[in-house]
Ligand binder design. Sequence first.
Ligand code: ZN
Length: 565
Amino acid sequence: MKISNAPYERLDVPAAIKRVEGYTDRLKNAASAEDACNVLADYIKDERHVFTVLAISSLRSSQNTADEFYEGEEQYYAEATPALMEKLNSMYKAMLENPYRKQLEERFGNVAFINAEMALKTISPEVLPLLKEESLLEIEYQKLQGSLTVEFRGETYPVTKMGKFKTSPDRQTRKEALEAEGRAYLAKGEQYDEIYDKMVKVRTEIARKLGYENFTPLGYLRMTRNSYDPQMVKNFRQQVKDKIVPLVAKLKEKQAKRLGIDHISMYDDTVMTLEGNPDPIIEDEELYKAGVEMYRALDPKAAEMINRMDEMGAFDLYSRENKMSGGFCTMLPDYATPFIFANFNGTAADVEVFTHEGGHAFAFAMMMNDKNLLTISEPTLESCEVHSMSMEFICWPHLERFYGDKAEKARLIHLIGTLEFLPYGCMVDEFQHIVYDNPDMTPAQRHEAWKELEKQYRPYIDFENIPFYSQGRTWQRQLHIYTNPFYYIDYCLAQTVALEIWEIMVTKGWQAAWDAYMAYTVQGGSRTFVGLVEHARLISPFVDGALDGVAKAAGEYIEDNITLL
Ligand code: ZN
C-alpha cells in the first residue's frame, strides 16, 4: 500500500476525549501494577492512531493547499484538539499520583514522568483565554510575513523569492537586493514591533497568572527543558563567544580575500566563493534515487528504513503549484513509516532533504519499534536535531553521489556553515532572555539590545546603512522569535554534539562516528537531553571546554582544505 492511498476518516475528537477520561479513571482505580501498566499500553495504541490521523490530515493539506476538504479538517482540529490536550493533563496527573508510579516508571521510563510534571505547570483553566490571544498574535505575524513583497528593479517579488538575488555572484545585485528587502521590512516595521510587544505582554501575563516572575521559566517549561537551566545556557553561549566567534572572524577575513573585498558586508555573508556555492549535479527523480541508494549503502538498519519508505511512497519531494513551502519529516505510526515532505529547488537544500530530514526519519523509524513509548517521552527538540544534524556529517562519504567532483568543496562549505551558525543561534537565544527578563522594554530598546548583541556575536559583519538590518531589527525576520519562544538554542546545542560526531569521523574514521551516532540514537527518548549525550559517551555542550576540541579540529580541517574554495 502507498501512503497516497491510505484511507482517511475524521478523528471524532469528543469520542477521543471520552476515551482519555476512561484511561484516567482506570488508572485511578487500578487494582495492581499490572492493571496500571495495561492502561498505559492501551493508551499508547490509541495515541498512535490519533497521531496518524492528525498527521495525514495535516500532510494532505500541505500537499495541496487548495484542497478544501482537508482545509476544513484542519480547521476542525484547530478548534477541537485544545480540549483534548487539556484532558490529557488529567491523565498525566493520574500517572504522577498513581500508587504504582514506580512500576509504571520502570516500564515506560521516568522521562515520561519528568516531562508530564513539567507539562502540568504550563497551563491552568485560568490562562486559556490568554493562550488563545497568544495564538491569534502568532497567526497575525505569519500573515504579515506571508504577505510581504519586495520592489526590486521594477518588479514585485514575494520575500521568499529574493534568495537568488541576495546570493548573486554580482556584488551590486546582492547589495541592491538586500536594501530592497530591508525597505520592505522597514515599511511594516511598526506592525512587527506592535505584534511582538503584545506577545511579550500576553506571555508575561500568562506566566504571572501561573505564578512565575516573568515568562522565562515558563518558556523553559514549555520547551520541556528537562536537564538544563538558563544559567547553563548562558555558560554555553559564553563558550561560543570565546571559542567560535574568533574562529569565524578569521574565516571571514579569508572569505573577504577570496571575494576580493576588504571586509564582509551583510550582503556578502553567505557567498563563500566568487563562483558561488556548488549545486547538486542531479535533480528530482535522479536525486531521489541517489538518496535511496545512499541509505542502502550506509548500514543495514538505514537500508531497512529507506526500503520501507520507498515501498510505501513515503515522500513528496518535488515542487508544484499549491504545495506548501518548506520541508519536514513526520511520523505515521499506523503505517510504521516516517514521511518526508520537501520542495526541491535544484540547490544544496535538496541534498539536505536526504541528509537532514533523513536523519529524523531514521530516528523516528527506530523509535516506532518501541511499544512502550509515550509521546510525552519522545526526545525533546534539541535531542531530535542531534539525529538530523549528525546525519548530515555521517553522509559525508556519499556526497560524490550528489555533487560529483564538487563534493569536497560542498563538505567544506557545510562545515564552515555549521560554525557560522553557532554565533547567530546564540544571539537569537540571548536576545529572548533579555526581552522576557525585562518585559517592560520598549520596541526601540529591543532594537538597541539586538544591535549590541550583533557587536558581540558577529563583529565581522558590516551592516553599513542598509535599511532595517542596520537598525537592530534583523530579528523580526526570525519566525521562532515570534511563534516559538526560546526554541533556537536547540539547534546550537545539537550542532555542538553533531560537530563532536564529525570530529570522531575525521579522527577515528566513519565506523567510530556511526557507532557514536547509534549509541545516541538507539536510546530514543529514554533519557533527558544531557542524559542521552552523556550515556552515548559524548561531551555535554554544557561542560566547560565542550567546544574546545571541535573548534580546534574544525579550524585545522578548514585550514588544510581552504584552497578548494
Ligand atoms: Zn531538523
